[in-house]
Design a protein around this ligand. Structure first.
Ligand code: NAP
Length: 266
């Protein structure tokens, strides 16, 4: 690692789409990189291009994040690397079909890739960054975390999990200099759509964001110190008022007495 490096950033799902753009922007910001995905050739092509463009050290780690043993190996690497400074928990898949129609192996796979892997990696990153005293954990959720009734339910639920995990982790780490950010993209033009048998062009064109715009906006939110960044949401107050309503409800959510509307009448 060269002297002026900001440290090592690990980006999962960096062979294409949102992760590849994150890798590009982080290299330009002075991070050395460890890029993770299954396709060795595509990862190497991204790594070679970024090294040539930026001079940063860019290594690859070929892994299937649906495989718990491979995730553990990456987690161990993160925890052991004294230069580790930033994780982008980006790799994710959508389900072809629905909970009822998809093969059970595919349902298990999406939970492994979208929930188990980012959780184990966030754990390793948290432990490493607490020791280091600074750094960041960025995770890519989705606006569907807030709209499970608008799309396939398992994918949406995995993204609600990532939103909850990140908000909880941000709370856990609030007294430290370790930053947590969760990004909620809307529909973004990447391969995820065709990979899950969907056509992104079926959406009205003004619903679909270009991937560079999405990632650059996410960095604006990151630099502003946001925990939750929703690039397509025009009115920040829409999110703030939802959070205010949630905070107001929290003190009312645990009681010895059942709510009167649920009382059993004789
Ligand atoms: N595009 C959207 O509209 C949108 C909207 C909201 C949220 N998101 C989220 O954004 C993140 C990135 O998605 P994207 O749109 O950029 O998707 P994408 O273009 O399909 O890229 C997904 C990346 O994850 C990697 N990946 C997939 N399965 C993997 C596995 N089992 N192990 C390791 N790597 C794996 C892929 O590489 P390999 O195939 O080489 O493994 C690829 O690099 C995901 O978490 C997604 O849910 C996307």
């Amino acid at each position: 690692m060269s002297a002026e490096s900001k440290g090592l950033a690990v980006v999962t799902g960096a062979s294409t789409g949102i992760g590849a753009v994150y890798a590009d922007r982080l290299a330009r910001r002075g991070y050395d990189l460890l890029l993770v995905a299954r396709s060795a050739d595509r990862l190497s092509a991204v790594a070679e291009r970024l090294h040539a463009d930026t001079g940063r050290s860019v290594k690859t780690f070929v892994a299937d994040l649906a495989d718990a043993a491979q995730v553990r190996k990456l987690a161990e690497l993160i925890e052991a690397d004294k230069d580790f400074a930033l994780l982008v928990n980006n790799a994710g898949i959508a389900l072809a079909g629905t909970l009822a129609t998809a093969e059970v192996e595919e349902v298990e796979r999406i939970i492994a890739v979208n929930i188990s892997a980012p959780t184990v990696l966030a754990r390793a990153a948290t432990r490493a960054l607490q020791k280091r005293g600074s750094g960041a954990i960025i995770s890519i959720a989705s606006v569907l975390a807030l709209a499970p009734d608008r799309f396939e339910s398992v994918y949406s639920a995995t993204k609600s999990y990532i939103l909850s995990l990140s908000m909880g982790l941000a709370h856990d780490l609030q007294e430290t200099d370790v930053r947590v950010q969760v990004v909620l993209p809307g529909a973004t033009r990447t391969e995820i759509w065709e990979r899950s048998g969907r056509d992104v062009n079926a959406f009205p064109p003004d619903w679909v964001m270009e991937v560079d715009h999405l990632v650059d906006a996410a960095f604006v939110g990151f630099d502003a110190g946001e925990t939750v960044t929703i690039p397509p949401l025009a009115e920040e107050d829409d999110w703030n008022s939802m959070q205010a309503a949630r905070q107001a409800m929290i003190p009312k959510l645990s009681r010895r007495e059942v709510a009167s509307r649920y009382r059993v009448t004789a």
